[in-house]
Design a protein. Structure first.
Length: 394
C-alpha cells in the first residue's frame, strides 16, 4: 500500500509538472506571437487589408465568372474598376479638402465667434440662476483702518542698486549655445521612414488582392492538402466559417457605410451645407466606428458649418439627420446586412479594440473586430477550441 500511494503521488506530481510546463510554453508562445505581430505590423496590416479588400470584391468576381468570364480576367476587371473608383473618390476628396483649406482663416473667426456666443449664453444663464436663487444683499461697509496717523505717513525707502556680476572677483561669464534646429522639421524627418514603409507596403495591396482573387481556388485546395482525414474536414469548415463571418461583417459594414454616406451627401446637399460631399462621406464612414460612431459622425457637418458661418438652422438639421441615419443603420441595416453570423460580446469587442489598437495604432482599431470575428470562427469549428468560441460570443 505505501508503495502504491507513493507511485500515485509521483504520477500526480509528474502530471502537474507537465501541465505547468505546458502553461509556461503556451505563455511564451503567446508572448512570441505578440512580439512578432508588433515587430512586423506593417506586413501584417498590409496582408489583412488585402484579405479584407479581396473579400469585398469576391462577390463581383463570382458574378463575372457566372457569365463565363475566366477567373483571371474577371479578377483583373474588378481590380481595375476598384482602383478607378478609389482614384476618382480620392480626387474628389482632394478637391474638397483644397477648397476647405482656403477657408481656414474664416473658420478660425467663425469658431471664435461661436465659442464667444456660447460662453455668453452660459454666463447669462448662470447670472439669471444666481439672481433667482440668491437675492441681492447690501454689501457691508468697509472697515476703517485703525493704524495711527504717525505710522500711516509715507516713508521713502532707499534701495541700493545691485552690483554688476561682471565687477565681482572671480566672475566667469556663462556661455550659451543656441540650438537652431526646428522641432517640427525633426519630427517630419523622423516620420519619413515610416511614410516610406507605408507607401511601399500600400503598393503591394493591389497585387495581393489580384492574386488572392485569381488564385483563390488553387490556394484553397493546396491549403487543404496540409491536413489528412477528419482534420481536412475541420480545416475546410474553419476556412468556410472565417470566410462567411468575415464577408458578412466586412461586406455588410461596407454596404452600410456606402448607404449612409450617400444619404448623408444627399441630405447635406438639399439643405445646402458647405462641402456636402466631403462632410457626408466622412460622416457616413465614421458612423461605423464602434461606440464612438455617433459622436464622430457629427464632427464633419459641424466643422463644415462652422467653416463658412452657416446658419444655425442648417447645423441643427444636419445634426438631426446624422443622428437619425446612425440609429437607422444600427437598428435596421446592421441586423439585415451583417446578419447573425457575427456574435461578439461587448467585453471582448472593447478588449480587442484596446489590444489591436495598442499593437497597430489606428489600423488596429479598424481591423480589430474583423480579426476577432475570424478567431471566433476558427474556435467555433475546431472541437478543442469551442469553449473559447463560446467565451468570445454573446
Amino acid at each position: 500500500m505505501p508503495l502504491a500511494t507513493e507511485s500515485r503521488s509521483g504520477k500526480a506530481a509528474e502530471l502537474s509538472g507537465a501541465a505547468g510546463r505546458g502553461y509556461a510554453l503556451g505563455i511564451l508562445a503567446a508572448a512570441a506571437v505578440v512580439a512578432i505581430l508588433y515587430w512586423a505590423r506593417i506586413v501584417f496590416i498590409t496582408a489583412t487589408i488585402a484579405v479584407i479588400t479581396a473579400l469585398i470584391l469576391e462577390p463581383f468576381v463570382s458574378l463575372l465568372c457566372k457569365i463565363r468570364f475566366p477567373r483571371g480576367v474577371a479578377s483583373f476587371v474588378v481590380c481595375v474598376f476598384a482602383l478607378l473608383v478609389v482614384y476618382f473618390a480620392g480626387l474628389a476628396t482632394y478637391n474638397q479638402i483644397s477648397s476647405a483649406a482656403a477657408e481656414v482663416p474664416a473658420f478660425k473667426e467663425h469658431l471664435a465667434d461661436f465659442i464667444v456666443s456660447v460662453s455668453d449664453r452660459i454666463q447669462a444663464v448662470q447670472d439669471s440662476s444666481a439672481r433667482i436663487l440668491m437675492p441681492a444683499r447690501k454689501a457691508p461697509p468697509e472697515p476703517v483702518p485703525s493704524t495711527p496717523p504717525s505710522v500711516r505717513k509715507s516713508r521713502k525707502t532707499i534701495v541700493a542698486p545691485p552690483s554688476s556680476p561682471a565687477a565681482l572677483p572671480g566672475f566667469i561669464p556663462e556661455v550659451r549655445i543656441h540650438d537652431d534646429r526646428n522641432p517640427l522639421v525633426d519630427y517630419v524627418y523622423g516620420q519619413l521612414g515610416t511614410l516610406y514603409q507605408f507607401l511601399l507596403m500600400a503598393s503591394f495591396v493591389p497585387l495581393l488582392v489580384y492574386f488572392m482573387l485569381s488564385w483563390r481556388d488553387h490556394v484553397y485546395q493546396s491549403f487543404l492538402r496540409f491536413f489528412d482525414g477528419p482534420d481536412r474536414v475541420t480545416a475546410a469548415r474553419s476556412v468556410q466559417g472565417i470566410a462567411g463571418m468575415a464577408r458578412a461583417f466586412v461586406v455588410g459594414n461596407f454596404m452600410i457605410g456606402i448607404i449612409v454616406a450617400a444619404l448623408s451627401c444627399a441630405i447635406f446637399s438639399m439643405i445646402r451645407l458647405p462641402y456636402a460631399f466631403l462632410a457626408g462621406t466622412l460622416s457616413g464612414l465614421l458612423s461605423l466606428v464602434p461606440y464612438a460612431g455617433l459622436v464622430l459622425a457629427l464632427i464633419p457637418p459641424v466643422m463644415a458649418a462652422l467653416a463658412t458661418g452657416a446658419p444655425s438652422a442648417i447645423l441643427l438639421i444636419a445634426a438631426v439627420a446624422v443622428i437619425a441615419l446612425h440609429l437607422a443603420a444600427m437598428n435596421v441595416l446592421y441586423p439585415t446586412l451583417v446578419g447573425a453570423r457575427v456574435h461578439l460580446n461587448p467585453l471582448i469587442v472593447t478588449f480587442s479594440l484596446m489590444f489591436w489598437g495598442f499593437l497597430w495604432d489606428a489600423a488596429g482599431l479598424v481591423l480589430a473586430i474583423p480579426i476577432t470575428a475570424g478567431i471566433k470562427a476558427v474556435c467555433d469549428n475546431v472541437a478543442g477550441l469551442r469553449k473559447y468560441g463560446r467565451f468570445l460570443g454573446d
